[in-house]
Design a protein around this ligand. Structure first.
Ligand SMILES: [Zn+2]
Length: 145
C-alpha cells in the first residue's frame, strides 16, 4: 500500500480526498475509513475525511442487479460442428486491403476457429448460410448457433 502524500492533501478539497481514499481502500465503507482515521490506526491516512457527497459509481455498479445467465450447456457430448459460436465485429481501423469487419466462427466442441474478413458493415447472412451448408456437406449438422 502506497502512503498518501500529505502535501497533496493540502491542495485538494476534503471531498476529493475522501473520494480518493474511498477508492484507494477498494470502496470500503466511509464510516469505517473515518473511524480508522480518527483512531489513527493507519499511518499516512488523511486526518480530515468526510462522508462522500455523491454516490460512488463503482459502488452503484456493484449493487446493481446482475443479469440472469442461461444455464450452462455441457459440451463434452457435442459432435464437431454441432454448436457454433458466431460473432460479427467491427475493427477500429480499416485494414490495408479495406476490411472493416469480420465474422468469427468457433466450433464449440473442437475449439477450431474461423475468421472471415469483410468490407461491408451489414450482417453476413450469406456467409453464415455458406458455413452451415459446408458443414452439412461434411456430414456435420449444426443444431445451435
Ligand atoms: Zn465505491
Amino acid at each position: 500500500m502506497v502512503p498518501i502524500d500529505d502535501s497533496l492533501h493540502k491542495n485538494l478539497d476534503t471531498n476529493i480526498t475522501s473520494v480518493i481514499t474511498h477508492l484507494k481502500f477498494g470502496c470500503k465503507n466511509m464510516k469505517n475509513i473515518i473511524h480508522m482515521s480518527k483512531q489513527n490506526s493507519l499511518t499516512h491516512l488523511p486526518a480530515k475525511l468526510n462522508m462522500l457527497s455523491h454516490p460512488c459509481p463503482i459502488c452503484i455498479r456493484c449493487k446493481m442487479p446482475k443479469l440472469h445467465r442461461n444455464p450452462s450447456v455441457p459440451i463434452a457430448s457435442l459432435r464437431p460442428g454441432q454448436m457454433l459460436q458466431v460473432d460479427f465485429a467491427f475493427m477500429n481501423q480499416r485494414s490495408i486491403r479495406g476490411f472493416g469487419s469480420y465474422l468469427s466462427c468457433i466450433c464449440v466442441s473442437t475449439k477450431y476457429s474461423f475468421r472471415f474478413c469483410s468490407r461491408a458493415k451489414r450482417a453476413p447472412k450469406e456467409l453464415i448460410r455458406w458455413i452451415l451448408n459446408t458443414l452439412k456437406v461434411q456430414n456435420k449438422i449444426t443444431n445451435f448457433i
